[in-house]
Write a protein that binds this ligand. Sequence first.
Ligand SMILES: NC(=O)c1ccc[n+]([C@@H]2O[C@H](COP(=O)([O-])OP(=O)(O)OC[C@H]3O[C@@H](n4cnc5c(N)ncnc54)[C@H](O)[C@@H]3O)[C@@H](O)[C@H]2O)c1
Length: 317
Amino acid sequence: MSAAVQPDGVVSGAVERGGDVSGAVERGGDVSGAVERGGVPGVVGVIGGGRMGSGIAQVFAALGARVVVVEPEERAARERVASGLRRAAEKGSLDGDPAAVLERVAFAASPAELPATAELVVEAVPEQAGLKAEVLAAAEEAVAGDAVLATNTSSLSIDELAAVLRRPERFLGLHFFNPVPASLLVEVVVGAATSGWARDRARGWVRALGKSEVVVADSPGFATSRLGVLLGLEAIRMLEEGVADAASIDRAMELGYRHPMGPLRSTDLVGLDVRLAIAEYLHGRLGERFAPPRLLREKVERGELGRKTGRGFYDWD
Ligand SMILES: NC(=O)c1ccc[n+]([C@@H]2O[C@H](COP(=O)([O-])OP(=O)(O)OC[C@H]3O[C@@H](n4cnc5c(N)ncnc54)[C@H](O)[C@@H]3O)[C@@H](O)[C@H]2O)c1
């Protein structure tokens, strides 16, 4: 299975370069035509050097940015960035020597140590609103007034996070997908206060990374999680009802609708626990259509979390 799958079941490859943003967002002004593909920022801060943060640091550093990663577990984060760069070099997708690129990545213990020269700070700490608000507020104090602040949250409200900032107009969501280097899509999530200036700078940087953006208004699940999770939940309900077996449901979408991967297999790759958490959040915000199916809860309780535990809707070696 070669397609890259996102936590919310999005399979990258489906989006046109420079994806259509027409009419998507009223907020933040006109979104048509203003975005040039420029360079990446000279200095980038990344808060959290886990799976996503290390990938974000890698892709910016690979294109010449100096990156400061704020991460309490520095050794593990450095190794994640280093191994990502080695993999990219092996695949022939890195311009330059991985060790030389790694020299552009520095590590820090707290957001207060972010350089004042950072043009962009991307927060990628665990999905907890309080923690994200705390590190974003600290980052805002450290960087200059015209830096763009972004969160990589997969589900939390941009407007709620923006409430802790003094200048919410320079804050937005930059929803990268996993694995960051291989994925083609970034959702640019525009809050009520986000300025057109911040949005367009962010769109330009996404394009400089060789990825495509879709601009979406801040709303639960944005575009990707909302649609991807709903499809996955309905597939699980169909399995529960005995409509067809897992492989048949997946094949129906793969062959009938040309999805690169069926919704149950993609749930296995994402993790059933991750899917359940997103479904519960969306259920609370968007209503009954996101109610997690009994079968999903039972599997999570039994520890059948998908590929990472060897069993989900399929058995994995
Ligand atoms: N994993 C995915 O597939 C995926 C995809 C898209 C978006 N996201 C979102 O990205 C964010 C990060 O997810 P992840 O999968 O990389 O998580 P992760 O657990 O792999 O990484 C989080 C990192 O943050 C660090 N951290 C914790 N507290 C910190 C603090 N106070 N300051 C700095 N660093 C701190 C942790 O040590 C860890 O290395 C979440 O909001 C998640 O929802 C994840």
